[in-house]
Each structure stands twice: as structure tokens, then as C-alpha cells.
Unconditional design. Structure first.
Length: 339
């Protein structure tokens, strides 16, 4: 294992929780939660940062704490959560439900072999298909929420297509996964910028303000708008009501950040730098949820098609993931947003 200094003190999960055999049934046991469902989406930038890996292992951590979890695979680049969980195909998918081959979404849920954890898998290009337009996306999201469970984790995969952005924005909490590499940070910045401006555009009614937002989002120099603050100022001139609504949406937009594959203290601090940059240039309150250290055990678990949390719960990457899951659980049990 490579050295990774600076790992924080970890909130350890009960060891007995990890003693369960992943081959056991995934019966939904009574939950300690207050039955307030939370839907998290994991996305940001292109693929390769570990979104699916983290979605699977965070979901398992929560399920081991007694939280009823549903994992939803909506990765545009190819659904692979089932592979990470060691579940062989074939099985029914979201596409079967969308194409009305299956009438009830409950019939698409498949057992994961882990108590309190079920899987809803998609197929390649699910969200980008002609079958899933804006209205259908909202209906699909309502159907997913209707499945029950305490926590729903949707793996959006990479990319910033309109459908991916909409799912990210319609969730209770969006989580961005980034590695401490320039390309990953740049891709995540583009995703966040696109999501932010799309949220603003959806909140206003004036065509002139919508056009102004489009110019700012596309970086057109003729608009003279260099940042959101200048956008708000110009929007006030055009439509005060829309401008106020935009500022309210900016305040309410509070995505989360996970830094993956960190190898040094400098890498860890990159998360705080990204958070500060988002506040300075966009006025966005980005919550640095935590980091996961680089660990050779990760690659080993993926090759074995066995989740890291079950394969080696004591390795450093597992401990970091456990801490992140604990933070998500704490935020889910609070009524106020994460600070």
C-alpha cells in the first residue's frame, strides 16, 4: 500500500455488523431511522473518479447500520453496480420499467445478498435515451422514491448531460466525487457550473433573464458577465422577482464533495481549496464531506467482484468510507441541512 499521511480519526462501525455473509438474503430488517427518506445522487465530471465504487460501499456501510438502502444504477457510461456487488446478470432493469415491459418498479428491484440493501439497475445510456425526457425523469424519480427505504443512492456516473444534471438537482443531496488531479478537478468544475446555471435557469420565468443566464453559462464575452454576482446585478435590472429567486436558489444549492484516491496531506487540503473557490467565484456553499485514501485493497476487491467494505473493513480506504457514511447518516437524521 502507498503511504497516505493525514488520515483523520475514523468513526468505526460496529465490527459485528461486518460479520454478515454477503451471500445471505437482503431482507429489509426494521430500521432505526425516523422514516424520513433521503435521496442522494453521486455524480460530477467524467468517469474514472470512483463514483460507482463509492456508491456501492457507502450503501453497504449504511445498510450495516440498519438503514434500509436502495442503490440505483443510472450510469450513462454503462451500469456496473451489479458487478461491484458481485451480482451476475441477467436481471430486470429500469429500462424494462421505462419501456413498460414491467409494470411495477418494485418488480425491478433485485436482492443484493446483503441485509437492508437492494439494487435497481439500469442499462447503458438509460438517462440519455429518447425514452427518458424531462417529464419522464420526474415521473421516474417519483416512482423511485415510492419504493420506500430510508436512503436511496443514485449513481449517475460521469458526464454533464441535461438528464444527469436534472437528476442531480432533483435529489435531496448531490455528491460530487473528484480525484486530486487537474483533469478531474476541471471536469468537476464544469459539472458544478452547468448544474448551478441550470438550477438558476429553471427557477426564473422571464425570457430575457433566461437568455442572460445562457450567456453567462456559455461564457459569451458580449454579455460582460464574468461571475454570478454580475449576473444577479444584471438580472435585477431586467426582473427583480427573478433576480431574488435566483439568489434564493443559490443559497439553497449546497452540494457535497468527496475527494477520492488521496495520497498526501496536500491532496486532502485540495478539498478545502475547491470549497473556497466555489464560495468565492459562485457563492455556492460546497460541503467537503470527506476523503478516501489511495489503497491497493480497492483494486483487489474490484477484481474479486467483492465490495471493499466486506472484503477488508479494516483497511484505510474502508475506514474513510465508513466515516463518510456516518456523516451522511447524521445528516439524514437531522432536519436542518448540512453545514
Amino acid at each position: 500500500m502507498r503511504s497516505s499521511k493525514g488520515c483523520a480519526v475514523i468513526v468505526k462501525l460496529p465490527l459485528m455488523a461486518f460479520g454478515d455473509d454477503p451471500g445471505r438474503n437482503s431482507e429489509m430488517n426494521p430500521s432505526p431511522m425516523n422514516h424520513q427518506q433521503t435521496l442522494w445522487t453521486i455524480g460530477g465530471g467524467k468517469g474514472g473518479s470512483g463514483k460507482s465504487f463509492l456508491a456501492a460501499n457507502i450503501g453497504i456501510c449504511l445498510s450495516k447500520l440498519g438503514v434500509q438502502v436502495i442503490l440505483v444504477d443510472a450510469d450513462l457510461g454503462g451500469a456496473n453496480l451489479h458487478t461491484l456487488l458481485g451480482i451476475p446478470p441477467p436481471f430486470p432493469s429500469l429500462s424494462d420499467f421505462i419501456q413498460k415491459k414491467v409494470q411495477n418498479l418494485h418488480d425491478v428491484l433485485i436482492p443484493s445478498g446483503i441485509s437492508n440493501l437492494r439494487l435497481l439497475t439500469g442499462t447503458q445510456d438509460l438517462l440519455n435515451s429518447a425514452d427518458v425526457k424531462s417529464l419522464q425523469r420526474r415521473k421516474l424519480l417519483r416512482a423511485i422514491r415510492g419504493l420506500g427505504g430510508d436512503c436511496i443512492i443514485v449513481d449517475l456516473g460521469g458526464g454533464n448531460a441535461a438528464s444527469v444534471l436534472d437528476f442531480f438537482l432533483m435529489s435531496d443531496g448531490g455528491i460530487l466525487v473528484v480525484t486530486p488531479e487537474p483533469t478531474s478537478i476541471e471536469n468537476t468544475y464544469r459539472f458544478l457550473k452547468s448544474a448551478f446555471y441550470r438550477r438558476l435557469r429553471q427557477s426564473v420565468s422571464s425570457p430575457s433573464v433566461k437568455s442572460l443566464i445562457d450567456q453567462a453559462m456559455n461564457g459569451k464575452k458580449e454579455s460582460g458577465i464574468r461571475n454570478p454576482y454580475e449576473l444577479f446585478r444584471e438580472a435585477k435590472r431586467l426582473n427583480l422577482e427573478d433576480a431574488n429567486r435566483m439568489m434564493e436558489e443559490t443559497e439553497a444549492f449546497r452540494p457535497n464533495l468527496i475527494l477520492n484516491q488521496v495520497q498526501s496531506k496536500k491532496d486532502i487540503e485540495m478539498g478545502f481549496f475547491i470549497r473556497s473557490a466555489c464560495q468565492k467565484y459562485f457563492g455556492i456553499h460546497l460541503h467537503y464531506l470527506g476523503y478516501v485514501v489511495y489503497d491497493q485493497e480497492v483494486g483487489s476487491s474490484i477484481r474479486k467482484r467483492r465490495p471493499l467494505i466486506l472484503e477488508n473493513e479494516r483497511c484505510r480506504a474502508s475506514q474513510c468510507i465508513s466515516e463518510i457514511a456516518s456523516k451522511l447518516l447524521q445528516s439524514q437524521m437531522r432536519t436542518s441541512p448540512m453545514e
